[in-house]
Design a protein around this ligand. Structure first.
Ligand code: FAQ
Length: 312
């Protein structure tokens, strides 16, 4: 009887147990997870594009090998996440069609251009840094397959963050004045978009109350954003760059850094398709899907043949 199932589900959530694919779950819980996990997967795959732009132009063989490995990792993260979403009863084709039709989102951060080599370092430092801050609590989210995927992903993100920060340290310590200026310029362009990655303020986050109740989100958008600012300001000091916010100031009463107002209109514009690179990103994904059609067809034909052989 449905109420008994609901009671058992609620009890598991309250105890902090994982919900597994074959367990009963409310339809809203399933839909919320499909939305969030698939959008996360799309972000990883679209997120390969801005840095992929620099693979052929990396300044040394070592930097090129690191960048190749990092971009490949993002592709791998997308695959674990699509697989986690599929355990909820959707197919990968449906998920990808939702991205290509514009129904499913991907992270706002990947709609900005990578203008110089310093952008690659700054993405590692700030974008992967923000991603880790958001994803550590997801390792303890209530849905087992998502939580387990996150554990592995976070380990790799931590290497991504370090490689970015280290490459910036080299430019700031040993670089020419032009290279130092390049780093500062990249920080100026990526700082505010990185703060927007955590999502709208809690007061406008429509999904937060229910997702917190279900243990999908463990820490709120604003709290994570604050933790990110607090962790990043000292790193900027070590690096010797200025964060582009005149209001950024330690507040001893709160025990946190205060920061200036975020331009939320700009955030919604980007999400609604009007960021600097939205069209390019979607065009690249559409092209990859169309050009990969023969691979999907060949894989299906092979699977069919193997099936037939197994049954005769
Ligand atoms: N961009 O009610 P909320 C990476 C949407 S890291 C676009 O607060 P929620 C690693 C939201 O979907 C980036 N849309 O929503 C990497 C909702 O719209 P909907 C990916 C955003 O879900 C690094 C609406 O606004 N990480 O890829 C954004 O409770 C370097 C209302 O918002 C994840 O996806 C945004 N920034 O909280 C790769 C982490 N913020 O769906 C390559 C998992 C909000 O109703 C290179 N996701 N929206 O149409 C989450 O933690 C959550 O989904 C939030 C949003 C926190 C993003």
């Amino acid at each position: 009887e449905p109420e008994a199932y609901q009671r058992e589900f609620d009890a598991k959530i309250d105890r902090g147990d994982f919900i597994e694919p074959k367990d009963w779950m409310p339809e809203g819980y399933r839909k919320t997870l499909i939305r969030q996990i698939s959008q996360h997967a799309h972000s990883e795959v679209v997120g390969m594009l801005p840095e992929g732009n620099w693979i052929t132009r990396a300044p040394t063989l070592k930097r090129k090998a690191i960048l190749l490995a990092k971009v490949q990792d993002e592709g791998g993260h997308g695959l674990y996440l699509y697989a986690a979403a599929e355990t909820l009863g959707v197919s990968r084709t449906e998920l990808i069609e939702a991205l290509l039709s514009g129904k499913a989102k991907y992270s706002s951060i990947f709609n900005y251009p990578t203008l110089t080599w310093a952008d690659v370092g700054v993405i590692g430092w700030l974008v992967d840094g923000a991603a880790i801050m958001n994803q550590i609590p997801l390792c303890k989210c209530s849905y087992g397959p998502y939580a387990r995927a996150m554990v592995r992903i976070c380990k790799e993100e931590s290497f991504h963050q370090r490689q970015g920060y280290e490459s910036l340290l080299v430019m700031m310590r040993e670089g020419t004045p032009e290279q130092k200026a390049m780093v500062q310029d990249a920080v100026n362009r990526w700082w505010w978009p990185a703060l927007m990655m955590f999502g709208p303020p809690d007061s406008e986050s429509v999904h937060s109350p229910q997702s917190m109740r279900w243990g999908i989100k463990r820490v709120s958008n604003d709290e994570l954003r604050q933790k990110f600012v607090d962790a990043t300001v000292p790193q900027a000091e070590v690096l010797g760059v200025t964060l582009p916010d005149p209001h950024l100031k330690w507040n001893p009463e709160r025990g946190h850094y205060d920061f200036g107002p975020i331009n939320w209109k700009a955030f919604w514009d980007v999400i609604n398709g009007h960021g600097p690179c939205n069209r390019d990103r979607m065009a690249a994904r559409r092209r990859a899907w169309e050009e990969g059609a023969w691979v999907r067809e060949a894989a299906e034909a092979y699977a069919e043949k193997a099936n037939r052989r197994a049954t005769t």
